[in-house]
Ligand binder design. Structure first.
Ligand code: NAD
Ligand code: GLY
Length: 365
C-alpha cells in the first residue's frame, strides 16, 4: 500500500491501493475509533454519516458492499445521506439539508462524515463537516479519478452560488483519505478523461514524468499527481501564494463551466482553460518555452473535446465574478516551461482581450 502523509496544519495520511474500499473500516478505526477515546467501553458507539450521490450509493454505499458492512461490524452507528449526482448538488441548499440530516440523527462534535464519491461529494461533504457544530471530522473516500488525484487532497471544501463556482468554502483538512483505484473500473470513459485532465495539469505544474507513467497505469499517475499537490499545499495551505499554481486553467475553466450552466464537466473545462491560457501567454511571449503545442499534444493524445460555445466577452464576465481576482487585477497562471507554471497579474480590463487571443488561435483564425 502506498501511504502519503500530508503535513498541513493538521497532518493526515492518504492510503492508495487497489481493494482498499473493502478494508476501509479497518483503517478508519485507527484514526477515529468506533468508541471515542476516554469513553467507557459500554458507551454509545461513534456515529458516521456516509455521504454519496445516488450512483455511488448503488455501487459502493449500501449493503452488502463490504465498505458498509465493515463499518457496521467495526461497531459504528452508520447513517447514509444520498444526493442527486452532478454539480448542481454542490449547493448551499444541499449542504443545509445534509446538516439538517446530521442534526436529526443527533450527530455530535466527535461523530464524523465519510465523503464517498467524486469531487462534488468531497467538496460538499467536506464543507458540511467544516460548518456543522463549528466543525466535525471527515474522511475522504474518492471514487473518481479527479477526486483521487486532486480534490480529496488539500482540504479545500465548498459549494457553488449563483455568482460562481466554490464561492462559499472553507479550508478543512480531512482526517484520512482512502483511495481505491479499483473503484475506477465502474467509471465511464468520459469521467476518466474528465479526471485525467487534473492529472495532466499536475504534470504541467510540477512533474512531466506523470505523462510517462499514465500509460503504465492510473495508480502510479495518481500517486505522482498527489505528490505534486502535497508539495504545494504543504508550502501554502491557504492559497496565499504558490497554491494558486494549482488553479492553472481554472480561471477560464470555471468561466466555461458557469457559462455552460455546468453541462461541461470540470476537467474538460480546465483542459480547455489550460490550452487557451497557453495560447494567449505564448502570443504575449510570457513563457520561457512556448507551451501551447505541448498542451495540444496532450489534448490530441487523449482526444479531449476542447470546446466552448462561449464568447470571450461571456467568459471574461464570468471570470470577473470568480474569486481569483482582487479589485482591478486578476492573477493568470500560465505554463512557463515543461513542468513549471508561473503567475502574472493582468489588469481585469485586459482579460477579455487575453481570452479572445486564446480563442482566436484555438479556432485557427
Ligand atoms: P462528480 O463528483 O460529480 O463525479 C462525476 C460522476 O461520476 C458523477 O455522476 C458520479 O455519480 C459518478 N461516479 C463517481 N464515482 C463513480 C464510480 N466509481 N463509478 C461510476 N460512477 C461514479 O465530479 P468529479 O469530476 O469527481 O469532481 C468535480 C468537482 O470537483 C467539481 O465541483 C470541482 O470544482 C471539484 N474540485 C475540487 C477540488 C478541490 O481541491 N477541492 C479540486 C478539483 C476539483
Ligand atoms: N484545485 C485547487 C486547489 O486545491 O488548490
Amino acid at each position: 500500500m502506498e501511504t502519503i502523509t500530508i503535513h498541513t496544519s493538521k497532518a493526515y495520511e492518504i492510503l492508495l491501493e487497489e481493494g482498499l474500499l473493502a478494508t476501509a473500516a479497518e483503517h478508519i478505526s485507527k484514526v477515529l475509533p468506533p468508541v471515542e477515546d476516554g469513553r467507557a467501553a459500554n458507551s454509545a458507539p461513534r456515529k458516521c454519516c456516509v455521504v454519496c450521490d445516488k450512483t455511488v450509493c448503488q455501487l459502493y454505499g449500501q449493503k452488502p458492499h463490504p465498505l458498509l458492512t465493515g463499518l457496521l461490524e467495526a461497531g459504528y452507528t452508520v447513517h447514509v445521506y444520498v444526493f442527486n449526482p452532478g454539480e448542481k448538488s454542490k449547493s448551499l441548499r444541499t449542504a443545509e439539508d445534509l446538516c439538517g440530516f446530521l442534526s436529526e440523527n443527533h450527530f455530535g462534535r466527535n461523530d464524523f462524515i465519510i465523503a464517498l464519491g467524486g469531487g462534488v461529494c468531497g467538496d460538499l461533504a467536506g464543507f458540511a463537516a467544516s460548518i456543522y457544530m463549528r466543525g466535525i471530522p471527515y474522511i475522504q473516500i474518492p471514487t473518481t479519478l479527479l477526486a483521487m488525484a486532486d480534490s480529496s487532497v488539500g482540504g479545500k471544501t465548498g459549494v457553488n452560488t449563483d455568482a460562481g463556482k466554490n464561492m462559499l468554502g472553507t479550508f478543512w483538512q480531512p482526517s484520512l483519505v482512502i483511495a481505491d483505484p479499483k473503484a475506477l473500473e465502474t467509471l465511464n470513459k468520459t469521467e476518466l478523461l474528465n479526471g485525467l485532465a487534473e492529472v495532466i495539469k499536475a504534470g504541467f505544474i510540477g512533474d512531466t514524468s506523470i505523462f510517462d507513467v499514465i500509460s503504465e497505469g492510473l495508480p502510479a499517475a495518481i500517486a505522482k499527481a498527489i505528490q505534486v499537490k502535497k508539495e504545494i499545499v504543504e508550502e501554502d495551505e491557504r492559497e496565499g501564494g504558490s497554491r494558486r499554481l494549482l488553479n492553472f486553467g481554472h480561471t477560464i475553466g470555471h468561466a466555461i463551466e458557469k457559462c455552460s450552466n455546468y453541462t461541461i464537466p470540470h476537467g474538460f473545462a480546465v483542459m480547455t482553460g489550460m490550452y487557451l491560457t497557453a495560447l494567449a501567454a505564448d502570443e504575449r511571449g510570457w513563457s520561457r518555452t512556448p507551451m501551447a503545442g505541448f498542451i495540444k499534444s496532450a489534448i490530441d493524445a487523449f482526444a479531449y473535446p476542447v470546446y466552448t460555445d462561449c464568447t470571450a466577452a461571456d467568459l471574461a464576465a464570468a471570470a470577473k465574478d470568480d474569486k481569483k481576482h482582487e479589485a482591478d487585477r486578476i492573477t493568470i497562471i500560465y505554463p512557463d516551461q515543461p513542468g513549471t507554471c508561473a503567475m502574472k497579474e493582468l489588469p481585469i480590463s485586459d482579460l477579455e482581450v487575453f481570452i479572445a487571443s486564446g480563442l482566436t488561435k484555438a479556432q485557427g483564425r
